[in-house]
Design a protein around this ligand. Structure first.
Ligand code: ADP
Length: 328
C-alpha cells in the first residue's frame, strides 16, 4: 500500500504561463480542505535543490487568482538533469517531510518529474502550464487561452494602424513547434494569411495570395506568423522578400514576443487552474502518481506523464479550412 500523504509540495517550472498562480492557489486550498500541509517551492527544481521552501496555508494564497506570472517564480535548472542534482533535491524534500509533489510546467518539467519518480519512488502529478497548448492529454493547457486573447487584442491594434496607412504587417506570435496560437489568433483577428509550423504554404503562394488580395480591393493586410512557420523564414526575411517582389505593399513587422506570456489570466484559465489543482491533489491522495491532469471534453482526466510528454497536440485541420475560407 502507498504511504499516507500528509504533506504535498507544489512548484512552477520551465516557461511561465498566466494561470500558474491560480493553480498554486488551488493546490494549496485543496490541501487545506483535506487537512494536509502544503509546501511551496521557489524557482522550480533549482529551489528544490537549494531548499528554497515556504509553508503555504489557505490564507497565504489570497489575492493571486487574477495575477499573471508566478509568485513562486520559475527557473530552468541544469543540475536537476543529473542524478546527483535530483538526489540533492530528494534529500531536501525528505528533510521537510514532503510525501508528494505537484509540478506545474511543460514537457521538460514533466520529464524531470518522471526521472525523480523512477529514482525515488516519489509520487508526482503534473499540471500542464504552458501558453503553447502543445501537450497531449488535455484540450487546453493553462495559459493558452490568455495568450490567445493577448495576441488577438494586439493584432486588433496593429490592424488599426495598418488600415490607416494601407500597410501590410507580418505579426510574429509564439509557437516554435506548434501553430495553435497563430491559427486561432489569426482566425480570431481576421488575418489575411496565417503561417504555421504544421503546413508549408510556400513563399510563392503567399506572394500570389497577397497580390490577389490587393487586386480584390484590400488596402491593408495582416499575416500572422508562428515563430517556427514551415516556410522557414523569419518575419524580417518575409518582409524583405515581399519588399523585393511586390511593389504595391508598404510592409512592416511586429514581433509580439514575451507580452504573450504575461497578463491577468482569463476567466477560462482561472477556472481551468482551479479544477486542475483540485484534481492533482485529490489524485495524489487517492494513491495515483506519474499522471498529468488534463481537461478532455470538459472533464478532468488523468494521462500518464510519459504519454503527455511524447504526444504533441495536433493542429485543428477543420480550423485550417475555416481560415482558408475566411481569407477569400
Ligand atoms: P518546460 O517545462 O516549460 O518544457 P524546460 O524544458 O526548460 O521547460 O524544463 C524545465 C526544467 O525541467 C529544466 O530546467 C530541468 O531542470 C528539468 N528537465 C527538463 N528536461 C529534463 C530531463 N530530461 N531530465 C531531468 N530534468 C529535466
Amino acid at each position: 500500500m502507498s504511504k499516507k500523504i500528509s504533506k504535498i509540495a507544489v512548484m512552477t517550472s520551465g516557461g511561465d504561463a498566466p494561470g500558474m498562480n491560480a493553480a498554486v492557489r488551488s493546490v494549496v486550498r485543496t490541501c487545506a480542505y483535506h487537512n494536509i500541509s502544503c509546501l511551496g517551492i521557489y524557482r522550480g527544481y533549482e529551489g528544490m535543490i537549494e531548499g528554497a521552501f515556504i509553508e503555504l496555508d489557505a490564507r497565504s494564497v489570497r489575492g493571486i487568482i487574477n495575477k499573471g506570472g508566478t509568485f513562486l517564480k520559475s527557473a530552468r535548472c541544469a543540475r536537476f538533469r543529473t542524478p546527483e542534482g535530483r538526489a540533492l533535491a530528494h534529500k531536501q524534500l525528505v528533510k521537510e517531510g514532503v510525501d508528494a509533489l505537484v509540478v506545474i510546467g511543460g514537457d521538460g518539467s514533466f520529464t524531470g518529474a518522471l526521472h525523480f519518480n523512477l529514482e525515488f519512488n516519489f509520487p508526482v502529478i503534473g499540471i500542464p502550464g504552458t501558453i503553447d497548448n502543445d501537450i497531449s492529454g488535455t484540450d487546453r493547457t493553462l495559459g493558452y487561452d490568455t495568450a490567445l486573447n493577448t495576441a488577438v487584442e494586439a493584432i486588433d491594434k496593429i490592424r488599426d494602424t495598418a488600415h490607416s496607412h494601407d500597410r501590410l504587417f507580418f505579426v510574429e506570435v509564439m509557437g516554435r513547434d506548434v501553430g495553435h496560437i497563430a491559427l486561432n489568433a489569426g482566425v480570431g483577428a481576421g488575418a489575411e494569411e496565417i503561417l504555421i509550423p504544421e503546413e508549408d504554404m510556400g513563399i510563392e503562394r503567399l506572394v500570389e495570395s497577397l497580390e490577389r488580395s490587393k487586386k480584390s480591393g484590400k488596402s491593408s493586410s495582416i499575416v500572422v506568423v508562428a515563430e517556427g512557420d514551415k516556410i522557414g523564414k523569419s518575419v524580417f526575411e518575409l518582409k524583405d522578400y515581399v519588399d523585393e517582389n511586390l511593389d504595391e505593399y508598404d510592409v512592416r513587422v511586429s514581433v509580439l514576443g514575451h507580452m504573450q506570456r504575461g497578463g491577468s489570466p482569463t476567466c477560462y484559465d482561472r477556472v481551468l487552474a482551479s479544477r486542475m489543482g483540485v484534481k492533482a491533489v485529490e489524485s495524489l491522495l487517492a494513491g495515483e502518481s506519474n499522471f498529468m491532469v488534463g481537461s478532455i471534453h470538459d472533464k478532468m482526466e488523468l494521462t500518464p506523464l510519459k504519454e503527455a510528454i511524447k504526444g504533441k497536440s495536433k493542429i485543428n485541420k477543420e480550423l485550417i479550412r475555416v481560415s482558408e475560407i475566411m481569407t477569400t
